[in-house]
Design a protein around this ligand. Structure first.
Ligand code: F6R
Length: 365
């Protein structure tokens, strides 16, 4: 049931404040300001040496964000692969490896095959899954549920942000167990996560503006998405969403890679989305934007009030997000990124919930 929405995707985008709240409640102890994993989901991160993440598509981008978090907060090295590559490249899986699989459906063939590949040697197999009775959930030693509810639109939206919420909780938990995060530092991060549902509501408020700026986009034939840090995977996620929904060719790049090639693409016809909260590396991204502007590129900047102020009018359009702590930026900034592809596709008249050539669950290789 789409309720009052025109598409399942719109409904699922708007459900995010609520389902993020449900998902976080499962892993956070708000009173103690700590992460508390449900009894069936205990993992001892002290005994682990490495995390191997495999997933496909949007779930893979959630894993890429998690790599930044596990390495920063828990000092745990993470290797991440696209499942269709991991399963064939004969990578060594060794003692002390925690193999982690991320999947909305829990049925993706390549992700499942990667899980089975790790079974004999990994210390532990974990899965972040939205469908609790799925094959991947059943075959993992420990399943971390996302409580996103059924996701009907083919393009993943609420499952992605709920995956990020679970992975953030796991990274904080791992950091506490391994002693790399103090109790106070973890409590501050839990507070950041606790604010996610209300920040998501604020992020949704920019929808009217996004709808307006999406109209001219529907005439573009290419687009570029740029971000740094945890917003780099989000840039790739934005490009994937635009491709699959509006059939506009798009690429996501680490902003620092611009001058190593893609800057040659910049002209007045190329929309360049820049995902850049005003954080410690904003200055670096600002200089990338100036390079784009100097070549006539049309910048759509997604930032906060401080970033808007500092950017000094370099962007053609600016979408203003609430101020968000670093940890939760990729969760909150996912919402405008999703709305951009949704509204562009609506203007183009494509089948938003069922894009051509795509299936919701990819159970064939
Ligand atoms: C993109 C999208 C796909 C899925 C991918 C993995 O919007 O939905 O890229 O993320 O097919 O699917 P799951 O998460 O079910 O394993």
């Amino acid at each position: 049931d789409k309720g009052n929405y025109r598409h399942f995707m719109a409904k699922e985008i708007h459900e995010q404040p609520e389902v993020l709240g449900h998902t976080l409640s499962r892993y956070l102890d708000y009173a103690k300001k700590s992460v508390s994993l449900p009894a069936a989901e205990k993992v001892d991160f002290r005994s682990l040496n490495r995390i191997l993440i495999s997933a496909c598509g949007t779930a893979y981008y959630a894993g890429l964000v998690a790599k930044y978090w596990f390495e920063k907060y828990a000092r745990l090295p993470v290797e991440i692969d696209i499942a269709s590559e991991f399963r064939y490249r004969e990578t060594p899986v060794i003692d002390g490896d925690f193999a982690l699989f991320i999947s909305q459906s829990g049925e993706t063939a390549d992700t499942l095959a990667s899980l089975r590949y790790c079974k004999a040697n990994a210390a532990k197999i974990g899965a972040v899954v939205n469908v609790p009775e799925s094959t991947i959930a059943r075959e993992a030693d420990v399943t971390f549920a996302t409580i996103a509810g059924p996701e009907i639109g083919v393009a993943s939206t609420k499952a992605f942000t709920c995956q990020l919420a679970v992975l953030a909780c796991l990274a904080i938990h791992a950091g506490r167990q391994r002693g790399t995060l103090s109790e106070a530092a973890a409590a501050a991060l839990v507070d950041d996560l606790a604010a996610v549902p209300s920040l998501a509501v604020q992020a949704l408020n920019c929808e009217t503006q996004i709808e307006k700026l999406s109209q001219p986009l529907s005439r573009a034939s290419n687009a570029l998405y740029l971000g740094r840090g945890t917003n780099f995977p989000l840039a790739m996620e934005g490009a994937l969403k635009l491709k699959e929904l509006s059939y506009i060719h798009a690429e996501g790049y680490a902003a620092g890679e611009l001058k190593h090639g893609p800057i040659a693409l910049i002209d007045e016809n190329l929309p360049v989305f820049v995902i850049a909260p005003h954080d410690a590396i904003f200055e670096k991204t600002l200089s990338n934007m100036q390079e784009v502007a100097a070549r006539g590129g049309r910048i759509i900047l997604i930032t906060d009030a401080a970033g808007d102020h500092e950017s000094g009018g370099v962007a053609g359009d600016t979408v203003i997000m609430p101020n968000v702590p670093d940890l939760v930026a990729p969760i909150i900034y996912a919402l405008p990124v999703q709305m951009i592809s949704y509204h562009t596709a609506v203007f183009m008249g494509t089948d938003v919930d069922q894009p051509r050539n795509l299936a919701k669950s990819v159970t064939v290789e």
